[in-house]
Design a protein around this ligand. Structure first.
Ligand SMILES: Cc1cc2nc3c(=O)[nH]c(=O)nc-3n(C[C@H](O)[C@H](O)[C@H](O)COP(=O)(O)OP(=O)(O)OC[C@H]3O[C@@H](n4cnc5c(N)ncnc54)[C@H](O)[C@@H]3O)c2cc1C
Length: 383
């Protein structure tokens, strides 16, 4: 067991930190206040290679390991979760599905522009009637001549409804399994300019306010049959596999956010004076900071373990679920305590920890709620 990072991993982390400090910090609060998508960061992130981290060089990526990917997401979330969420949606949700399931032609068509930042990628699973119970989706795709005729709706979809060119990989029912009577679900790519496909308004959100989240509506939407990704009827399992990597990403967002809260709180506690001394001198504050540091470290360790197992080609679903569950819950706890340490200042909009507190909340919900993670963990224990 080697806890040291390689020089390459340290290099990627430092690059991501420099970018986060120089490009993201100055605009994060303003975009959050306006609820505005960070268009101006997309070309910069593409130039830095953030959208190609997990993919081979022949597509324009850098094929880093999963720990490096986690380190980069941590650095982004340390200053702004919205930006980290955009990268995660692009890389480990949409990009991963296209890379794993796509043919060479499909990778050239969608993955390469995703990596270049010319295309924004969404992952369309959740529907108004199917959230945690993702197998209950009602969106249908029927074969019509050489095309798919799609009807249905998706809700809460990240990286959708912007002014950019978009592609969404959609989970749609394409038939019924005669043996079980269950829906057969397939993954189909739909581009934003397709007739019959439209996105709703951007949701007004509590957190992740400068990330894009929209409803998708499909009304007699026709796409070529070549837009099917992977095997017809096998999409549900493929979507779930992508969510395992997604859980490592959400966990990284969780302890990245918590690390940011810890650093801000420590600095504030050393500077803020009450009763004639810095509040960091009070044991009550010291204990809060100690607990915060412990939680961040534990969340990072379990996430890096899940990432290492993935890189070794071993099963990692259990560790990914544990990492996601723990890191998202400690993000809530640590950001809560960060506000406490900042006192009234922490309650003000312009104080970053107040944004972090709002941003933390979605982590216990997206990509499987905490309750669903506990179900997954219990099932893997043999319950
Ligand atoms: C900002 C944001 C971005 C998102 N981005 C995407 C995206 O890009 N793509 C996408 O497909 N989805 C996305 N989602 C959707 C997200 O994945 C779902 O919100 C999530 O899976 C929960 O589904 P739900 O909201 O329908 O809640 P529900 O499933 O209705 O759950 C409500 C409550 O019931 C609990 N519950 C449900 N079933 C059980 C059970 N069996 N046992 C115990 N408790 C249970 C849940 O844990 C939760 O507490 C996003 C959501 C948000 C808010």
């Amino acid at each position: 067991m080697d806890f040291n990072l390689t020089p390459e991993q340290v290099g990627f982390r430092e690059t991501a930190r420099r970018f986060a400090e120089k490009e993201v910090v100055p605009i994060a609060e303003e975009l959050d206040a306006k609820g505005e998508f960070h268009y101006r960061l997309i070309p910069k992130m593409a130039e830095l290679g953030l959208f190609g981290l997990l993919f081979p060089e022949k597509y324009g990526g850098s094929a880093v390991d999963t720990i490096t990917y986690s380190l980069v997401l941590e650095e982004l979330a340390r200053v702004d979760s919205s930006v980290a969420a955009t990268v995660a949606g692009q890389v480990n949700l949409c990009g991963d599905l296209i890379y794993r399931l796509g043919s060479e032609t499909q990778r050239q068509k969608w993955l390469v522009p995703l990596i270049r930042g010319e295309l924004l990628g969404g992952f369309g699973l959740t529907e108004p009637g199917a959230g945690s119970d993702a197998g209950g989706i009602a969106t249908r795709a029927q074969r019509k001549d050489a095309q798919w005729l799609i009807n249905g709706a998706k809700c809460f979809i990240s990286n959708a409804g912007t002014r950019m060119k978009e592609v969404v990989v959609l989970a749609a029912a394409t038939g019924i399994d005669p043996a079980t009577g269950k829906k057969l679900i397939s993954a189909i790519a739909v581009e934003s300019a397709t007739p019959g496909y439209r996105t709703g308004q951007q949701y007004r959100k509590m957190g992740w306010r400068s990330s894009a989240t929209a409803e998708l509506i499909f009304q007699d939407c026709l796409v070529p049959q070549e837009n099917l990704l992977g095997e017809e009827g096998r999409g549900f399992r493929q979507f779930l596999q992508t969510l395992n990597l997604g859980r490592i990403a959400i966990a990284s967002l969780g302890f990245g956010l918590a690390q940011g809260c810890l650093e801000l709180s420590l600095a504030y506690a050393k500077e803020r004076r009450q009763f004639g001394q810095p509040i960091a001198k009070f044991q009550a504050i010291q204990f809060k900071l100690a607990d915060m540091a412990l939680k961040v470290e534990l969340a990072r360790l379990i996430t890096h373990k899940a990432a290492t197992l993935r890189d070794q080609g071993q099963p990692f679903a259990q560790e990914a679920a544990m990492a996601k569950l723990y890191a998202s819950e400690i993000a809530t706890q640590v950001s809560h305590q960060a506000i406490q340490i900042h006192g009234g200042t922490g309650f003000m909009d312009e104080c970053p920890v107040s944004r972090f507190y709002r941003d933390a909340r979605i982590l216990e919900i997206g990509e499987g709620t905490s309750e669903i993670q506990r179900l997954v963990i219990a099932r893997n224990l043999g319950c």
